[in-house]
Design a protein around this ligand. Structure first.
Ligand code: PLP
Length: 367
């Protein structure tokens, strides 16, 4: 009979791009008793989380916590500001850029701007599209599927110049790498709890600018559950709350995880993520494994996930499966990249020892 013991959960090293390992104190936080979500106690937790997140996002914008994964935040963003069929330019150079494209096609008038997955965004092409006019432009900052970082600051500048809202998926950069929401002019930034914050999955945090709220006021058609205007109304109350019953245990966990982030300090946390991803890249080089994407000046390698080419004659899925047998969970390639690449994450509270163990096992698996 199946038992959770079969999974050897305690012994497994999660080196995938989320969910990531969660600290015992975060797990324990989830077992606290339930509280009224329309109470001073809940308002206190919500306010605490929003304050820490504002520091991490480097923003003065409002921040809301949605009970739902990162995709809920992406849908809330696109649907709330362009849900009446407004033009949205969706930049795609990986799976999550494609997701924005799908959301824009569903709620807005999609203007696709597609690049080969893993290839850099061409800023000239972005400019050309923006010149034609659009309500919003979407970008995935850290494209997890390809292991690359997209030029958020540059896109923010262009969006401002052409008066488009800048919606940025920071799902796998926020909390692990530098993100400057206000400086970059990000109107809506999105993150998921299970990535660099090392909380359990199921929560999304979204920051929203005044300009984005103004756009929401003109919407003829609204979302219901994830309507960010509704989040603003509830969040602005003297005792802040969420419009609907939130996932209280996940709030407990996120609050604890955010305290860990605060205790480490973002500067140290970013440095750790950068050092560890550099270590993965250096180790891959030493093992003669090529980086997956070929980059130019408009992109850089991600500091939270490394995408590697499967060596000739070896299927990336086999590498992933063999690593699992050795107690290390890494990720394969997604969709069109399946088998061709494999990915090693270093998000959250990953240590140098975790990276070294992963590389050690990878060396055994490959040789
Ligand atoms: N955006 C990026 C960059 C991601 O890496 C992911 C998940 O891996 C998502 C969005 C979707 O997040 P979720 O699975 O939490 O809905």
């Amino acid at each position: 009979m199946w038992s959770i013991k079969n999974m050897d959960l305690e012994d497994t090293l999660l080196m995938m791009p989320g969910p990531v390992s969660v600290a015992p104190r975060v797990l324990r936080a989830m077992s606290k008793p339930m509280i009224n979500h329309r109470s001073a106690e809940f308002a206190g937790i919500y306010t605490d989380c929003r304050g820490i997140l504002a520091d991490v996002f480097q923003t003065k914008n409002d921040i809301f916590l949605l009970s739902g994964s990162g995709t809920a935040g992406m849908e809330a963003a696109v649907g709330s500001v362009a849900g009446s069929g407004e033009k949205v330019i969706a930049i795609e150079n990986g799976k999550f850029g494609e997701r924005f494209k799908d959301l824009a096609a569903l709620y807005a008038e999609l203007v696709p701007l597609e690049f080969e997955w893993g290839l850099p965004v061409d800023l000239e092409k972005v400019k050309e599209k923006l010149e034609e006019g659009a309500k919003a432009i979407t970008l995935v900052h850290n494209e997890t599927s390809a292991g690359i970082m997209n030029p958020a600051a540059e896109i923010g500048k262009l969006a401002k110049k052409y008066d488009a809202l800048f919606i940025m998926d920071g799902v796998t950069s926020l909390g692990g790498d530098e993100v400057k929401v206000d400086e970059w002019g990000v109107d809506i930034a999105i993150v998921g709890s299970q990535k660099c914050f090392a909380a359990p999955p199921g929560m999304a945090a979204v920051s929203v600018s005044e300009k984005a709220f103004e756009a929401m006021n003109c919407m003829k058609k609204r979302l219901y559950y994830n309507d960010l205007k509704a989040y603003k109304k509830s969040g602005d109350k003297p005792r802040p709350e969420t419009p609907y019953t939130p996932a209280i245990p996940l709030f407990y966990a996120l609050q604890e995880a955010l305290h860990i982030v605060k205790e480490e300090g973002m500067e140290a946390r970013i440095k750790r993520h950068r050092t560890l991803s550099e270590a993965v890249r250096a180790a891959a080089g030493a093992l003669n494994i090529e980086m997956f994407p070929q980059l130019n000046e408009y992109s850089q390698y991600s500091n939270t996930i490394t995408a590697l080419k499967s060596p000739a004659g070896i299927d990336g899925e086999d590498i992933k499966n063999d690593m699992k047998k050795r107690g290390v969970i890494i990720a394969g390639g997604q969709e069109r990249l399946k088998s061709k690449i494999f990915r090693i994450g270093n998000m959250g509270n990953v240590t140098a020892r975790d990276v070294l163990s992963t590389i050690q096992q990878l060396e055994i698996v490959l040789h």
